[in-house]
Design a protein. Structure first.
Ligand code: AMP
Ligand code: MG
Length: 363
């Protein structure tokens, strides 16, 4: 769905002229001071984390958090992740924290792992989408940590894109989605990981991954033993249980229609070439998201590689920017080579593409 079709966007107030803070090695302290003042004035500041750019507001201020939902056009029942800069902040925001959760914090924080915990009353309903749990994460990025420290506030920060669009991995992506709708953007360059954090529900007897990410199921099981997965990956019927509200919405989708082709590499490439011929006859403009190993017989103008299948972190890093850059080339359809391994980080890459896809073809 394009932004113009999002009902909540039509009435959303513009938050005035957006300020851009480009960072260099001399201005970090001053930038953080100014950005923190905006946060404490109930404003919205987009900032880099190691995963993707976040759109931050004081997580404990319901009015400020409501403005995040308005700026993004985000459905109100999709809760936000609260970003903190020290483990001590956890106890103010969450309670009955299980021992296993502390183990994961010790191992993976700061880093791309979000823990769902029972919430304390201090966290407003709007932040948790009305749930009795809260999502907490300590980002591994000095700008993000600095903004939390200098503002003195935990920051509710979803990805800094219009709801439904691919997550932003550069300040430019944030600007193209949210300019004029938010108060400031801190430009800290391209993020490191390019895919959102792993989300794990620690309130269940057996913890469950609700969203896969760079930290894999196997990484987590090494620390706390057996866990399970609770996310939908596009294959389940709509009636399947939804534990994480965000999972039921369209996500990560560029303007072009995404078609994912899964199967063995040669069959996938063969099918893509056949589809290119058909679309060529219909004069449909097609973009391709391939891997370094996709052996195409013909060269196609609008094609990008996500990287090598041997390096799933590279595929993850290039996915959202790849979708956005094919959109910028005005393609109608994007065909994605889904022949990479769906294990480990590959599970996260496949999860995001499946959600962005209008259809999945298995060959
Ligand atoms: P975003 O910040 O846009 O990357 O999305 C945050 C993700 O965390 C969404 O999928 C939310 O549904 C999920 N999330 C946040 N808080 C909770 C919670 N309390 N329980 C379950 N899922 C949550
Ligand atoms: Mg998001």
């Amino acid at each position: 769905m394009g932004p113009a079709e999002l009902p909540f966007l039509k009435d959303a107030p513009m938050t005035g002229r957006t300020r851009l803070f480009p960072l260099n090695e001399n201005n970090l302290r001053d930038t953080l001071k100014e950005a923190a003042a905006i946060i404490n004035d109930r404003g919205l500041v987009a900032f880099p984390t190691e995963t993707v750019y976040g759109l931050g507001a004081n997580a404990l201020d319901a009015k400020a958090v409501r403005a995040i939902f308005e700026a993004k056009g985000r459905p109100a029942d999709n809760p936000l992740i609260v970003h903190i800069s020290s483990k001590q902040q956890c106890c103010k925001l969450a309670r009955n924290i299980p021992e296993k959760a502390f183990k994961l914090m010790d191992k993976f924080w700061p880093g791309p792992l979000t823990l769902i915990l029972e919430r304390q009353e201090i966290v407003p309903d709007v932040t948790t989408g009305g749930l009795d749990t809260v999502a907490l994460r300590m980002p591994d990025n000095e700008i993000a940590l600095g903004l939390i420290r200098v503002s003195g506030q935990p920051l509710a920060a979803p990805s800094a894109n219009l709801s439904g669009k691919p997550s932003p991995t550069t300040a430019q992506h944030v600007i193209s989605d949210l300019w004029g709708r938010i108060d400031a953007v801190i430009d800290g360059g391209t993020v490191e990981i390019g895919l959102e954090s792993t989300v794990i529900d620690m309130t269940l007897p057996v913890p469950a991954i609700l969203r896969p990410g760079r930290i894999s199921l196997e990484d987590i099981e090494k620390e706390i033993g057996s866990i399970t997965t609770g996310y939908l990956d596009g294959n389940q019927p709509e009636s399947a249980a939804v534990r994480s509200p965000g999972m039921k919405y369209t996500h990560y989708a560029p303007d072009a229609t995404v078609i994912l082709i899964e199967g063995a590499s040669t069959s996938v490439v063969h099918r893509i070439q056949e589809m290119l011929k058909t679309y060529g006859l219909e004069e449909v403009k097609v973009g391709l998201l391939l891997t370094d190993e996709s052996n195409m017989d013909i060269y196609h103008d609008e094609q990008l590689s996500l990287g090598s299948k041997d390096k799933p972190a590279e595929l993850a890093f290039n996915l959202f920017s790849g979708l956005r850059s094919l959109d910028a080339r005005d393609v109608d359809i994007i065909l994605v080579d889904g022949s990479f391994s769906h294990h480990g980080i590959g599970a996260a890459v496949s999860n995001r593409i499946r959600k962005a896809a209008s259809s999945i073809i298995k060959v």
